[in-house]
Design a protein around this ligand. Structure first.
Ligand SMILES: [Zn+2]
Ligand SMILES: [Zn+2]
Length: 350
């Protein structure tokens, strides 16, 4: 009994000392400085030491809100070179948090020009500028991508000027402000200087979007397909034959219909109806993965993105009897495919 009392008074004393210490400025300063250092430097280095093809989901949701998730963004790292496919709202916060080194980002590639795929382009422009970009930001995209980048350049022209004048020409030179927009074409490889890398865009059907693309990425024997937004018309399946990883968008008609039944506004009801005709359903995504002999299916841009385990179970119900090797991506889901073997390692940043 005496020992217990001594132990309790020891714990209480430590608690009181802690409480008093946290109120002194010097202790606050020391803890804060450690915290700031952790925020800026503690993350593990982003780049792999080994030669791998790596996919990081930097935005896992569709336009339907889902707390803690950014809109569409898929980062592909081949060796030490980085290519980013789409930059939806919130994705730049993720890339900043992952400490992605912008000098290693060789290009942004846009699947199509819906806002949930391009909203963070201006932040990518700023972040890469700050990190020493030595040319305008390279953006590949569908027909009209130059109008998008010209529009952003116009909207941000005052911002470019302010930052240039404030930080100086050495830090933020006006000569590299803006974008270099290049139109991509069906089945024509994206030119790149990464040894062993091929990026092949292919047209997908996301009507009434007049130009939308998916991509097949091959790096030293490892392969990934990114679907973009599309209906199931056989195209993604054709390009996904035997690939290591298929990153596919998917809609749960079941969940969207349940949402539609309780939609508080007629406008929301209509949108939830309209979106059903230009996306691939989750069961179709499973069939594509099965029929194309895909090794792993990673679902992103899920509609709606499940907010909890129950919703996730219902989302994936239609796929259970079709295809087993699937994962619902979170922001930060990372898939590592080492060169030279068939391994697929899935983990999460942070
Ligand atoms: Zn979308
Ligand atoms: Zn879309």
């Amino acid at each position: 009994m005496k020992k217990i009392l001594i132990f309790i008074s020891f714990v209480v004393s430590i608690f009181i000392i802690g409480l008093v210490s946290i109120n002194t400025h010097s202790v606050q300063d020391r803890i804060l400085n450690i915290g700031i250092k952790n925020i800026l430097f503690s993350a593990e280095p982003f780049l792999d030491k080994e030669d791998t093809l790596k996919v990081v989901i930097c935005g896992s949701r569709s336009p339907l809100p889902s707390p803690g998730r950014a809109e569409s963004c898929v980062l592909v790292e081949a060796g030490d070179d980085i290519y980013i496919f789409d930059l939806g709202n919130g994705s730049m916060d993720n890339l900043f948090q992952y400490q992605v080194p912008w000098p290693n980002v060789k290009a942004i590639l846009v699947t199509h020009m819906h806002s949930d795929h391009i909203a963070d382009l201006p932040d990518a422009h700023l972040q890469s500028w700050v990190q020493g970009r030595n040319a305008p930001l390279m953006v590949y995209g569908p027909e009209g991508i130059n109008l998008v980048t010209k529009g952003f350049e116009l909207a941000y022209s005052a911002d470019y000027q302010y930052r240039n004048e404030h930080h100086g020409d050495d830090m933020l030179p006006m000569s590299v402000a803006g974008y270099n927009a290049i139109q991509i074409r069906d089945n024509k490889f994206i030119p790149n200087d990464t040894p062993g890398l091929e990026i092949l865009p292919f047209v997908v059907d996301h009507y009434p979007v007049n130009s939308a693309f998916g991509f097949k990425i091959s790096y030293k024997g490892r392969t990934v397909v990114i679907s973009g937004d599309t209906i199931h018309d056989g195209t993604v399946q054709k390009y996904s034959k035997d690939v290591d990883l298929l990153v596919h968008s998917a809609i749960s008609i079941d969940l969207v219909e349940r949402m539609r039944e309780v939609a508080p506004l007629p406008q929301l009801n209509k949108i939830l109806f309209d979106i059903q005709d230009y996306h691939t359903s989750i069961n179709e995504a499973g069939e594509i993965a099965r029929d194309a002999n895909v090794k792993h299916l990673l679902i992103y841009h899920s509609i709606p993105t499940p907010r909890n385990n129950l919703m996730e179970r219902v989302f994936f119900r239609p796929i259970e009897a079709i295809y087993e090797d699937y994962t619902l991506s979170d922001d930060g889901t990372r898939v590592v495919m080492p060169v030279g073997n068939n391994e697929i390692v899935i983990d999460k940043i942070n």
